[in-house]
Every structure is written in C-alpha cells, then in structure tokens.
Design a binder for this molecule. Structure first.
Ligand code: AMP
Length: 289
C-alpha cells in the first residue's frame, strides 16, 4: 500500500475510520521527526504487531522550555518520508502547529508527582505538554497500540500512567533503547553535536553503566552510587552532568536504599546540546524491570 502523508486531523480520522472498519489493527508511533534507527525500532515493532502503521511527525512547540532548542530542533521531512516508506509505514500525520493548536489550549493534562524528579523540575511544564499532545494525538489516531521508547523513560512512564488513569483504550508498548556502537543512545539531538563533542557524549552512558555495576556488586546506598557514577563524567570544558538519579521504575520517586529494581537516569550537557539516557538496574539476584 502506498504511503499517505496527511496534514489535517479530518483526513487522518477519515482514513483510519476506514482502516478500523475493515478490522485492521492500527499501530501508532508518535515522533518529532528527524527519524533515526531508534524511531525505526518503534516502527518495526508496530509493523510486526499491526496491520496498519501511523507515524506522526510534529515538533510540539509547547513542550520546549528553551526557545533556541525549538529553533535548532532538526527538521528532515523528506528523508523521514523515505525512511517511513522503506519501513512499510501506511500513514504519516504531519500537521502544522495551527492545525493542532488553532488557539492555545486552556485545558491540559496534569501529571502530578510523576514530574517531581528527573527531567521534571529541570523542564517546567514539559511533561504536562507531552501528556497533552499525546492525549490529543491518541484521540485523533485512535490506535489499538502505541509505541514509545524506553530512551525517554520518564515520558514512557507518564504516558503509561495517563492511559491507565484516563481509561484510554490504547495499549502502550515500550521499546528498548537503540544505541550507537559506543553506547550513545540514538537521538535526533545527536545531529547537533560537533565532531569534537561527539566522543564526549558517551560519558552519560558510561556513568549509568558505572551505577549499574555498583548496584550489581551489592552497593545499596543510592547516594553513594549516584556520587561515584557521576564522578565518571570527565571534567572537560563543555561537559556538565545536569543530574543522575536513581528512582522507582513505576512511581519515579527517589530510592534511598536499593533493595529492589530501579531505574538510573541522567541528563548531560555537551556544549549547548542536552542529552538524556537511562538504564534499568537491580541488586544482585533480583531481576530488573
Ligand atoms: P522523539 O522524536 O525524540 O520525540 O522520539 C519519538 C519516540 O522515539 C519516543 O517514544 C522516543 O522515546 C523514541 N526514541 C527516541 N530515541 C530512541 C532510541 N534511541 N531507541 C528507542 N526509541 C527511541
């Protein structure tokens, strides 16, 4: 089937109503475009599970807390379209900002304590904006299944909770993080790194790996794990660890004693680019979640 690129909400609804009436399962992969292999993994998972795959490409201005980040965010619709075609996507939904927000929304989704830690306090309003756009997109697409990356673990957890709390009839599927050969998590923002910055960007993954190693070796004091892991980030100009935290995988609240599965997450500034990453970990003889 040919790939349709649709820009209006009405056209997506009409197209997918017909798909659902035919009894076909709809899989949905929401993205901000500048597609890479990580997005490809989500699309492949949707392709395996569902008869019809929809990818949205929308750089949601409301979730950006810095004007320069929104301005610099890579936009590559032509190559995104090629990649979607190659991977067998059926519909790309690429609306304009005006289509999605004819007026600034008065009503938004609040995410409560799930935004109290990790990226939440560093990006005020970010997760409320994500919860709101995902709710809107899910209402437009009405997918049976929607795919999100573990790379954005706080986002995935907030969306899982939101879908449950609001009784939305879409199954949320988490997909493991795809990494470059040196461990750097694939991200659209990696394109913004200079050749000199690129090798430094693995520092976050190495710090998370160190945290995992300490936890696996039986260290239970979370403060010590975080401190020793953070010390792995080299003192280099332009490199700054914004946070490295150890949280409960479901509530995203800090854990003081690591006696159960945890998520270790961090954010690293490399020059003017902010990168995030996380890993699952658990004490020896306890399975990760
Ligand atoms: P974005 O376009 O950055 O908003 O990402 C769209 C979706 O792709 C989100 O669910 C991300 O978590 C997911 N994603 C981004 N990078 C990766 C990666 N390296 N591996 C797996 N999923 C990813």
């Amino acid at each position: 089937m040919p790939l349709d690129l649709l820009t209006s909400i009405a056209s997506v609804r009409a197209r997918l109503d017909a798909v659902r009436v035919a009894g076909t399962t709809v899989g949905f992969v929401p993205t901000m475009g500048a597609l890479h292999g990580g997005h490809g993994k989500l699309i492949e998972a949707a392709r395996r599970d569902c008869g019809s795959v929809v990818v949205s490409i929308f750089v949601n201005p409301l979730q950006f807390d810095r004007e320069d980040d929104l301005r610099k965010y890579p936009r590559t619709l032509d190559t995104d379209r090629d990649m979607c075609e190659r991977l067998g996507v059926n519909v790309i939904f690429a609306p304009t900002v005006e289509e999605i927000y004819p007026t600034p929304p008065s009503c938004t989704i609040s995410v409560g304590h799930l935004a109290d830690h990790l990226c939440g306090p560093r990006r005020p309003g970010h997760f409320e904006s994500i919860a709101t756009i995902v709710t809107k997109l899910v209402d437009i697409v009405e997918p049976h299944r929607a795919y999100f990356g573990e790379k954005d673990y706080q986002q995935l957890t907030i969306i899982r909770t939101l879908i449950g709390d609001l009784n939305i009839r879409t199954a949320i599927i988490g997909v493991p993080t795809l990494r470059e050969a040196d461990g750097l998590a694939m991200s659209s923002r990696n394109r913004l790194l200079s050749a000199a910055e690129r090798p430094l960007a693995t520092a976050l993954y190495l710090a998370l790996g160190e945290a995992n190693r300490l936890i696996l070796s039986g260290v239970t004091d979370s403060e010590r794990v975080a401190r020793e892991a953070a010390a792995r980030v080299p003192a280099r100009p332009g490199l700054r660890l914004e946070y490295l935290e150890i949280v409960d995988p479901a509530t995203l609240q800090p854990v003081t004693r690591i006696d159960r599965p945890v998520r270790v997450a961090g954010a690293l500034w490399v020059g003017t680019t902010r990168l995030i990453d996380n890993v699952a970990s658990a004490p020896p003889d306890v399975a990760t979640q």
